[in-house]
Design a protein around this ligand. Sequence first.
Ligand SMILES: [Zn+2]
Length: 302
Amino acid sequence: MNMNGKIRKILSINITLVFLATPGIVNAEKLTMFVVNYPLQYFAERIGGEHINVVFPAPADIDPAYWMPDAKTISDYQQADLILLNGAGYAKWVNKATLPRFRMVDTSAGFKDQYIEAAEIPTHSHGSKGEHAHESLAFTTWIDFSFAAKQAKAIAEALSRKRTDLRHIFQKNYATLEKDLIALDITIKEVVSNNHARPLMVSHPVYDYFARRYGLNIRSVHWEPDDILTNEQMMELNSILKEHPAKWMIWEGNPMKQSAERLKVISVDSLVFNPCGNTPDQGDFLSVMRQNVENLKPAFQH
Ligand SMILES: [Zn+2]
């Protein structure tokens, strides 16, 4: 065999090896992750890409923070390779169900010492969706985008521990996601910088982390965007406005037209900052958050 023949032989062996090896890589068992809210699903998918399956089984029309999965769904969570939790008391059912502790990842555990105790614990009822009470810990951690990045990092680390062979891919994908989250963080700081101390109203007590991170002066009522404002609610707001003269109401979703009009009469404009705890109707986490930032701008102009 001459030199060329040798090289050809080596090449053909190598090609055969690659061929044999490839199906193994492609078919390597994908990790299945179950998550408790949409932001965690989005972060996990960005980081894990094609290498993982992410399952978020909560129905689309429900707030996953107050959701109670049925027995079948809980058993699906129990089978997962990893269960991603938000922490800070989010999704109370997690403590009631028997889940495999060593496969649970509390994505906010790293900043536990910065959890916010809710100032008040309002009990809340509204016809269409039943009652819920807000617990003593605020849990909408991810709209402080520095916390969102920490939660995403916890996911990247948990994935890397499970699949050390893919560590570099997970770290690289995390770095790209982190860049997007930090860009949001910086943009919000810029948007509010003129006027961050101006009084604002929020319609639901889910903006604590957001307000602390960006230095906002908020007061909260406990309303739902799809309920029409009652006289009682307007009276409550008017009494708050006496000491907290806000010109803007921040909503989780588009308010009813009648509600926005009632607010307009007392010179309060409405804007939407959707925390996006559940899957958005359109777009994804990033596009919803970018739209939120756009929506904020008029409230901080002179
Ligand atoms: Zn509520």
